[in-house]
Design a protein around this ligand. Structure first.
Ligand SMILES: NC(=O)c1ccc[n+]([C@@H]2O[C@H](COP(=O)([O-])OP(=O)(O)OC[C@H]3O[C@@H](n4cnc5c(N)ncnc54)[C@H](OP(=O)(O)O)[C@@H]3O)[C@@H](O)[C@H]2O)c1
Length: 228
């Protein structure tokens, strides 16, 4: 049975990933900021084929990340999915606190979580580290606007690409996946192309087929490569 840890698992793409992995029979560690309000996750935990454990995690809080590590102990994690993210508090305006918070949640937190759970990954069978990034982190196709979000995803890409090179020595594979334009709260009011379920199926297929050749490659949920 695979063990999968997902951040931001209470809604959107994270919830769809948790649902599909649990249906496959995986053991899911579903992390979210407020388990008491995570009704969809609680429903999943009560009904799914595989065990679903709901764990509190605010990715912006280092103490919360340390607490996650204490909860997991030496538990091997086959697939660690850094999914939690925010769209950028200040949108198109460049505003210091919003910019820093966006960098903290989208770029720094996945790196800190990866470092904190390094041994859990290294001692697993599959050893797969995943970052849900965005095409908006592509520097060569940057259109402007949403500066904090774009910068945060570009920084995430660069950090994860680096880990893919250094941690290859331990057999750890790193997936950098753009989920597409997905109907979730994040893009509420906009016309998104695919459902969270369709997105999650694609992401799970890409994670399953990850190899040393595709580790550290920036690609989308269909496996189409994206320019940095
Ligand atoms: N939707 C798209 O079209 C799209 C496109 C490209 C990339 N993405 C990326 O896909 C990922 C998932 O986004 P989504 O579309 O599913 O958006 P969403 O519905 O807004 O979900 C975001 C998730 O992140 C969690 N989160 C935010 N800040 C957090 C924190 N400090 N600690 C823990 N969890 C936190 C949220 O938890 P709360 O409920 O507690 O806020 C929620 O579970 C993000 O990384 C996003 O950048 C999405």
């Amino acid at each position: 049975m695979s063990t999968v840890l997902i951040t931001g698992a209470n809604r959107g793409i994270g919830l769809a990933l948790a649902q599909q992995y649990a249906t496959e029979g995986a053991e899911v560690f579903a992390c979210c900021r407020d388990p008491a309000k995570a009704d969809d996750l609680k429903g999943l935990a009560a009904s799914s084929a595989g065990p679903v454990r709901i764990i509190p995690l605010d990715v912006a809080d280092e103490f919360s990340i340390a607490s996650l590590k204490r909860t997991l102990g030496d538990q091997p994690i086959d697939i660690l999915i850094n999914n939690a993210g925010i769209s950028g508090l200040s949108a198109d305006r460049i505003e210091a606190e919003g910019y820093i918070t966006t960098m903290r949640v989208n770029a720094l937190a996945p790196m800190l979580i990866a470092q904190t759970l390094y041994d859990n990954l290294r001692h697993s069978t599959q050893k797969k580290l995943v970052a849900i990034t965005s095409i908006m982190g592509s520097t060569s196709s940057a259109a402007g606007g949403k500066y904090a979000y774009r910068a945060s995803k570009a920084a995430l890409n660069n950090g994860m690409r680096g880990l893919s090179r250094v941690w290859a020595r331990d057999g750890i594979l790193v997936a950098l996946l753009n989920p597409g334009y997905v109907q979730t709260e994040m893009v509420k009011g906009q016309v998104a192309f695919i459902s969270a379920d369709e997105c999650a199926s694609g992401l799970i297929a890409r994670i399953a087929e990850l190899t040393p050749a595709t580790s550290g490659v920036f690609q989308d949920y269909r496996g189409v490569r994206i320019r940095w």
